[in-house]
Design a protein around this ligand. Structure first.
Ligand code: SAH
Length: 369
């Protein structure tokens, strides 16, 4: 077993040299490099998802997840008036499993598949290859984009599962004399990475709670990249029609506390160890996403817990149907997967579904009790 800290990555050497030359970097810059550096970023070079990798996601746990999302998308397309051409966008499609299940479930509405132009927004080269391989026989037009902004405007249905949690955040710490940005600098021996605080106060334009009301040591996270992404999506659905379904783990309101975390081989990992070899995420702040949607003139629904959302979309019926006539081991596997998605002490509560919607559409499925 490799001990945290015992391993050094090429990216760590590169960051140490950069910080030695230019000084500490923000947590957001560190996250961006660790995850998306063009050669050595975690998502650039690796295929980390699944039992063999570092973490597992809902579509990898059970096919029912993607099938129900597929039916939600079909219903949304009907709510939009069944446009004859639309963008079916997925942000961060991982190994392509969710889109594969979505497209299979959508076969019950061939006109949906005829109208869909699938656009996969993915930075990772290895993951793109896996997506291409998995989806090559889907019979649907599929293209890739580096960024959502590169997708040609059209009515849009978008899905993003565990995408927003990878978007870089900034962190601020209430120091002895007020807020200071938390930075990544060098360890005392100068050989490794360590957290430090900016010696100067944050720019006044940064919107932080009044320092006088906050105890020393408190941490406040600002998800600038997630807010911009939500606003960009909201603008697209307002201008061209459509909806976005965002599923991720996170909290409902602004609050204090650190949620930055790293994971490797299904276990917690120190955030500054072996950058490029571990996943780094932060909890999604749904209050900020809601505000971003409203700022762009879009509607926002939820968040609701993943468990409630999937149950309202008919998970028990789908499970029953899939289990019918299967051998007992297979039935048990299906039940365990479904349970993991909805159980409050597994993925059911922490994960939440959230919808950004063009004004004028009916309330989306799964968001009201
Ligand atoms: N949705 C998948 C994978 C989640 S992992 C699943 O549920 O299994 C996060 C995914 O988002 C990866 O595919 C990663 O490469 C991609 N990603 C993260 N940030 C991105 C960004 N800024 N631009 C494009 N892709 C990104």
């Amino acid at each position: 077993m490799t001990l945290a800290g015992a391993e050094r990555t090429a990216l760590e050497d590169r960051l140490v040299a950069l910080i030695r030359a230019r000084g500490p970097i923000t947590v957001a810059d560190y996250m961006a490099d660790a995850l998306f550096h063009p050669q050595e970023g975690y998502y650039t070079a690796r295929s980390p998802i699944g039992a063999e990798g570092d973490f597992i996601t809902a579509p990898e746990v059970s096919q029912i997840f993607g099938e129900l999302v597929g039916l939600w998308l079909v219903q949304s397309w009907i709510d939009m008036g069944s446009p004859s051409a639309f963008n079916l966008v997925e942000l961060g499609p991982g190994r392509g499993v969710l889109m594969q299940d979505v497209l299979r479930a959508a076969r019950l509405r061939p006109a949906f598949l005829d109208a869909a132009h699938v656009l996969l927004v993915e930075t990772g080269g290895r993951l793109r290859l896996e997506q291409r391989r998995r989806l090559k026989d889907s019979g649907v037009r599929i293209d890739w984009a580096d960024r959502f902004a590169d997708v040609a405007p059209a009515p849009t249905l978008l899905v993003a599962n565990e995408f927003f949690d990878c978007l870089p955040i900034r962190q601020f710490v209430r120091g002895t004399v007020g807020w200071r940005e938390r930075l990544v600098g060098l360890s005392p021996d100068g050989a490794g990475l360590a957290f430090t605080l900016s010696p100067t106060p944050p720019e006044p334009a940064i919107d932080l709670p009044p320092a006088d009301d906050v105890a020393e040591g408190a941490i406040f996270e600002l998800p600038d990249a997630a807010e911009s992404a939500a606003e960009e999506i909201a603008k697209a659905v307002v201008d061209h029609g459509g909806r976005a379904l965002i599923i991720d783990y996170g909290h409902l309101h602004d609050g204090f506390g650190e949620t930055l975390q790293a994971v490797r081989r299904h276990a917690p990992w120190p955030v500054l160890s072996a950058p490029g070899a571990a996943d780094i995420t932060a909890h999604v702040n749904f209050e900020r996403l809601t505000r971003a949607a409203f700022n762009a003139g879009a509607g926002a629904h939820g968040p609701v817990s993943q468990g409630a959302f999937l149950e309202r979309l008919g998970l028990p019926f789908r499970l029953e149907r899939l289990s019918h006539g299967k051998p007992p081991e297979e039935v048990m596997r299906l039940h365990q997967g479904a349970q993991r998605l909805v159980s409050p002490n597994q993925m059911g509560e922490l994960f939440k579904a959230f919808c950004i919607s063009a004004p004028g559409l009916p309330a989306p499925q799964g968001f009201q009790s």
